[in-house]
Write a protein that binds this ligand. Structure first.
Ligand SMILES: C[S@@+](CC[C@H](N)C(=O)[O-])C[C@H]1O[C@@H](n2cnc3c(N)ncnc32)[C@H](O)[C@@H]1O
Length: 420
């Protein structure tokens, strides 16, 4: 009979694989244990921190035999902070991990045996995020420690663009010298004109007094949103991608890594092999980036997006870029897709992390498009959704793109073609 694991007890073990979120996996006394920041092949001493019915979690106490893929993280907050979790492994191995993550999801969840391309690397490993949300507690600002609500006070974040770290510093100075009830600060940087958007959520309207401090101390502050109201500026920032300009408000989605966004959209466009006669449906269209970028290659595009601000941005983006063959519909994709009258040749679908609901997939299939381009930031839900399409469609190409270096996350473009 195997001895039961105990909380706080320390065990020696060897890590056999990494799971989806890049936690090390091992078995101790017959129980699966997940160990953050442990690498395959490493012999480690692990303290059990959490016991569940079928698995446990542990923390490394000591690495007894280190992997040759292990590197030292440059981030001073890495041990505690939950902001990123793959800084302790080489870039090459991280890219391999992301490719395998997509392969495994397709095989295990989607029951799809497709060739997956190598993950497209990012030139910038740090300072690539154009949007970061920070938690605030009294005079501290930063991120929660992994899997907890314990705030880790961070002076800067290696993932954030430098301009965002400059703003973080200004906000930090403010909260150190002013009593406040601010809870959350989101900072976005627009690459077109080096502008900043700051969105603050506070439990007290008295904290509006931060506005003067921000306007005095931040260069190129374009807009401030306080408790969901635009209190300074136009309400949006400007982003350039793939040669076009996009307005983006606080609540509108925009890809977070400018360098990889260009590549992602180019990969999607190149592999979609669109025709000038094509009518394309862009599901989950956000600020209309994909619709705008493909518009000059096709006859017509229809975008569907649920966030009203994003649709307003998207409509404005058509004007800014002189595009007149695109129409945007504001609403839930599951409902609005039913109202489309046109014969759709290609569907481009770029859903949030939880993927596409079954009803929408069923209607997509009824529309009988020749091609579906599925763009995803979550290989697990992508694989599930693809499994509902593969009775009628063949998976032709799967291309992971490293949108989020130094984290376990990956973006992925999949091209599906109708079976003849
Ligand atoms: C991953 S983003 C993609 C946005 C856009 N394609 C881009 O590349 O920037 C997913 C988008 O889906 C939108 N969304 C989420 N649920 C939706 C729904 N039920 N119907 C329509 N859009 C939805 C989100 O607001 C977000 O803009």
């Amino acid at each position: 009979m195997l001895k039961e694991l105990k909380i706080d007890e320390i065990y020696e073990t060897v890590i056999t694989s990494l799971e989806n979120e890049a936690n090390g996996v091992c078995k101790i006394n017959g129980m699966v244990v997940f160990v953050p920041k442990a690498l395959v092949g490493e012999k480690v001493r692990v303290r059990i921190t959490e016991l569940k019915k079928n698995f446990a979690r542990g923390k490394i106490v000591e690495v007894l035999e280190s992997s040759e893929k292990r590197v030292t993280s440059k981030c001073p907050y890495y041990e505690e902070c939950g902001g990123c979790n793959l800084r302790h492994q080489t870039k090459e191995e991280n890219l391999k991990f992301k490719k395998e993550k997509v392969e495994n999801a397709l095989k295990r969840i989607g029951k799809i045996d497709a060739k997956v391309d190598d993950c497209v690397p990012c030139f910038k490993d740090d300072h690539y995020r154009n949007k970061v949300s920070f938690k605030v507690e009294d005079d501290r600002i930063g991120f929660y420690a992994e899997g907890t609500y314990q705030l880790v006070d961070t002076e800067y974040c290696l993932l954030a663009e430098n301009k965002i770290n400059d703003c973080l510093n200004v906000i930090r100075n403010y909260i150190k010298s002013h009593k406040n009830k601010i809870k959350n600060v989101t900072i976005k940087h627009g690459n077109a004109l080096d502008e900043v958007l700051i969105d603050i959520y506070s439990l007290s309207n008295d904290d509006m007094e931060i506005l003067d401090y921000l306007t005095t101390n931040i260069d190129n502050l374009k807009t401030v949103v306080f408790n969901d109201k635009v209190v300074y500026g136009t309400g949006y920032i400007n982003q350039i991608s793939n040669g076009l300009m996009f307005l983006c408000s606080s609540k509108s989605f925009f890809q977070v890594n400018d360098v990889q966004t260009e590549k992602l959209y180019k990969i999607a466009l190149d592999n979609a092999k669109l025709k000038s006669s094509d009518v394309v449906l862009d599901l989950y269209s956000g600020t209309g980036t994909i619709s705008c970028i493909i518009s000059s290659h096709v006859k017509k595009v229809i975008g569907i997006e649920i966030v009203p601000d994003a649709v307003l941005n998207a409509k404005e983006n058509l004007k800014i870029n002189g595009i007149n063959n695109v129409r945007f519909i504001c609403g839930d994709a599951a409902k609005e897709i039913n109202k489309i009258k046109e014969q759709i040749d290609v569907i481009i679908v770029d859903p949030p992390r939880h993927g596409v609901d079954r009803k929408t997939i069923a209607i997509m299939k009824k529309m009988n498009p020749k091609k579906i381009v599925y763009i995803s930031c979550n290989p697990v839900t992508m694989a599930r959704d693809l499994s509902y399409l593969t009775d009628l469609y063949d998976v032709k190409k799967v291309i992971p793109v490293d949108m989020f270096p130094n984290t376990a996350h990956t973006e992925c473009v999949t091209i599906l073609k109708i079976r003849n």
